[in-house]
Design a protein around this ligand. Structure first.
Ligand SMILES: NC(=O)c1ccc[n+]([C@@H]2O[C@H](COP(=O)([O-])OP(=O)(O)OC[C@H]3O[C@@H](n4cnc5c(N)ncnc54)[C@H](O)[C@@H]3O)[C@@H](O)[C@H]2O)c1
Length: 375
């Protein structure tokens, strides 16, 4: 097993998830590259130092540039707010590092294009954190689709609703600002929906008509209690056409009470249907038009060792993987790409395609007209 030096920038929800994945991946998979936690970065030396202790890094810094220039670092995780992704990713790629960047790719199409150009000029592997496509039961669904189990795919329908900002008394945050976050529910949650649509259909969205809504227009400044305006979408929805002829609708909301991780998708084919609910992430429901009408129905398929790479975690079916395990699967794809040279999905090329759909939905919402996705 060869070692690979790791730097993580940003140590909130995602920085911790990445660090856990790095710590666990060699134990889970037993082959390939063994991550070594070299240096961690956050905004203050106190926080960075504490997180280095908590997460097991050798060193810490409060300047992301130190991570990018560190000779012991081969792979950098970007787990900071969206408006920092482009600058850090471009610098990291120029310094010859591989990059695991959290979604969305950036806050503007121009930045995402620049990130892709930097990736194309480097030998670094890239991946964007669209983890929901890495769940073994979701990759199995894609295999069923490719094998023709539900016939020709005709429809993709997916919503991702969360209650993160449903409480109007929650204070303003960077996620509610176009400057620091880009779009709102669109970049934060619809981006995942688009990644799943692209992954399951093996195609991409080419035309959309979108709609957005800001449900809570004012929030309180957490620093001084003053009133702050929310200028990006709480809710977003769109009708979509894919290049391969699939049609459907997609939507997302960050203000839906009761939806803890309300990511649900359904894919319709000419001979069957598959459905999934992230709050029950170890199962899919499959209906095929094979059996007799009287006894036919959706059957529940529970994840097990026959759904790679489940068996790397557990020997027995039905014991259930969790969100962090899926993040480890995502990392494994990246490490495998770095080690073998294999393509990694979604890299910055695939990431840009997702950003282009988000942008088209946002533009269409201004006019109400169908919009062609840039390509
Ligand atoms: N893939 C997923 O399921 C998923 C889930 C949540 C968030 N995300 C994405 O991950 C990213 C981070 O989100 P989060 O929820 O972890 O946010 P967070 O607020 O929990 O953490 C962000 C961290 O970055 C630090 N930070 C901010 N600016 C920095 C800078 N310039 N240099 C170093 N550190 C800096 C903050 O102090 C904080 O510790 C976002 O892009 C978000 O969209 C992805």
């Amino acid at each position: 097993m060869r070692e690979i030096g790791i730097g993580v920038i940003g140590t909130g929800f995602m920085g911790k998830a990445h660090a856990i994945a790095y710590s666990a991946s060699a134990s889970v998979f037993g082959t390939g590259l063994r991550p070594v936690l070299q240096i961690v970065c956050d905004l203050s030396p106190e926080r960075a130092s504490q997180r280095a202790t908590d997460l097991g890094f050798s060193r810490y810094t409060d300047k992301w540039q130190d991570v990018v220039s560190d000779p012991a670092v081969d792979l950098i995780s970007i787990c900071t707010p969206n408006d920092t992704h482009a600058e850090i990713a471009i610098a990291a790629l120029k310094a010859g590092k591989h990059v695991w960047c959290e979604k969305p790719m950036s806050t503007s199409l121009a930045d995402s294009h620049a990130m892709l150009a930097a990736a194309q000029e480097s030998n670094g592997k890239t991946i964007i954190g669209y983890n929901y496509t890495k769940n073994p039961v979701v990759t199995y669904a894609r295999r069923l689709i490719e094998d023709g189990k539900i016939g020709r795919v005709s429809g993709f329908f997916c919503r991702y609703d969360v209650e993160n900002e449903a409480d109007e008394s929650r204070p303003w945050s960077w996620r509610m600002s176009r400057n620091s976050s880009g779009t709102g529910a669109n970049g934060d949650v619809l981006s995942h929906v688009i990644s799943i649509g692209h992954f399951l259909t093996g195609s991409h969205i080419t035309n959309v008509v979108g709609d957005i809504n800001i449900v809570h227009e004012k929030r309180t400044n957490p620093d001084d209690g003053s009133e702050m305006l929310v200028d990006n979408d709480d809710m977003v929805s769109a009708l979509v056409h894919f290049e391969n002829g699939v049609k459907g609708h997609i939507g997302a909301s960050r203000v839906t009470w009761g939806r803890k991780c309300g990511l649900r998708w359904e894919i319709h084919g000419t001979r069957g249907t598959i459905s999934f609910d992230q709050e029950r992430l170890n199962e899919i429901k499959l209906f095929t038009a094979e059996d007799d009408d009287a006894s036919n129905g959706f059957r529940t398929i529970l994840t097990g060792p026959y759904h790679p790479p489940y068996s790397a975690f557990l020997p027995n079916a039905g014991h259930s993987l969790g969100y962090m395990d899926v993040k480890i699967c995502e990392l494994h794809d990246l490490l495998n790409g770095i080690e073998t040279g294999a393509d990694v999905w979604p890299d910055f090329t695939a990431g840009l395609k997702i950003e282009q759909v988000m942008d088209a939905v946002d533009r269409s919402a201004q006019t109400g007209a169908w919009v062609k996705v840039d390509s």
